[in-house]
Write a protein that binds this ligand. Structure first.
Ligand SMILES: [Zn+2]
Length: 313
């Protein structure tokens, strides 16, 4: 009896051991086979994740608590970028460090904000860039475009065919999968757009002042009113003159709240709010932490913050 038990246990270990091994090998094999894409910021991952499902791995370079405006890649980040089969970034104002100077590989690189997006839906940029990063590339009139396109479901919908084109270029075998995901996501974006528009409709005359100019597409998309940015340039203290001017505008707007940002820390917001008797609410244009996982989470979260901020009067 003892021997039989031993025998059964032996067999079990063998069988389970074999299953465990082959599962591990399978996992490793799929991981090796999966194409890797590198993106600068989390919202690009959230968008691409809707298209790639489990067919690709997406590496986000800027961590959730950091701002792409003030970010510098580490040697580990550079390794991740170099291993990628495709690179997606936004534009010169935000994250061109992702491709320069590491773009010596022959992988597809997609700049999300480009002539391929309908030009008149893009906003020209005042203070949405970062001086240091701006120096990297030569000036080009088209580049003076507000980079925060992902806050508008409409603009995201516009760019989907371009994204799918790159995905198919690096993984033609799954072309049909990516096309059907595109259709699904596109429809979901239309629904999201309508839902948020209805939710915020009653707030369309409230001026929205943000820490930096990161929500103007969101505001435009949902028919809201933009007040201005408290920081003239992202991540930099405003000049005294600019500060007094924006404070005056906030006062005149007679609003209950102004909006800070999860990724850019600033002492000015609290001081300004105290002085003007308004509250500070925190928006999150990037997401990637807590419950802000999907593209829909990020947009819905910010809509809810704006609704809550103006709801208390
Ligand atoms: Zn920004």
């Amino acid at each position: 009896m003892k021997n039989i038990t031993k025998y059964i246990i032996g067999i079990s270990i063998l069988v389970f051991g074999f299953v465990a091994c082959s599962q591990k090998e399978n996992n490793e094999a799929t991981q090796i086979d999966k194409p890797k894409i590198a993106v600068s910021i989390y919202p690009l991952k959230a968008i691409l994740a809707e298209l790639v499902g489990d067919k690709m791995e997406i590496e986000v370079i800027v961590p959730p608590n950091a701002s792409p405006h003030t970010f510098e890649p580490t040697p580990i980040d550079i390794q991740k970028i170099e291993k990628a089969d495709a690179i997606f970034y936004v534009n010169r104002h935000l994250d061109s460090w992702l491709v320069k100077p590491y773009n010596d590989k022959s992988v597809p690189v997609l700049k999300m904000i480009d002539r391929n997006l309908i030009e008149n839906t893009l906003h020209h940029c005042t203070g949405c860039g970062n001086e240091h990063h701006n120096e990297i590339e030569a000036t080009n009139e088209y580049e003076s475009i507000d980079p925060h396109f992902w806050t508008s479901p409409k603009l995201v919908k516009n760019i989907l065919p371009k994204l799918v084109e790159i995905l198919i270029k690096i993984d033609a075998e799954n072309a049909e999968f990516y096309r059907s995901k595109e259709k699904e996501f596109s429809e979901a974006l239309v629904n999201l757009d309508e839902k948020i528009k209805a939710q915020l409709q009653h707030l369309k005359n409230y001026k929205i002042f943000t820490l930096h100019n990161s929500f103007s597409y969101f505001i435009n998309n949902f028919g809201l009113t933009y007040g201005g940015a408290i920081e003239e340039k992202a991540g930099q203290e405003p000049s005294t003159r600019y500060f007094y001017d924006i404070a005056k505008q906030i006062k005149e707007a007679k609003i209950a709240a102004i909006f800070s940002e999860a990724q850019l820390k600033s002492n000015i917001m609290e001081n300004l709010a105290n002085e003007l008797g308004v509250k500070v609410f925190e928006l999150d244009p990037i997401g990637g932490k807590d419950s802000l996982t999907t593209y829909f989470d990020i947009i819905t979260y910010n809509a809810n913050v704006i609704e809550k901020a103006f709801g208390i009067k």
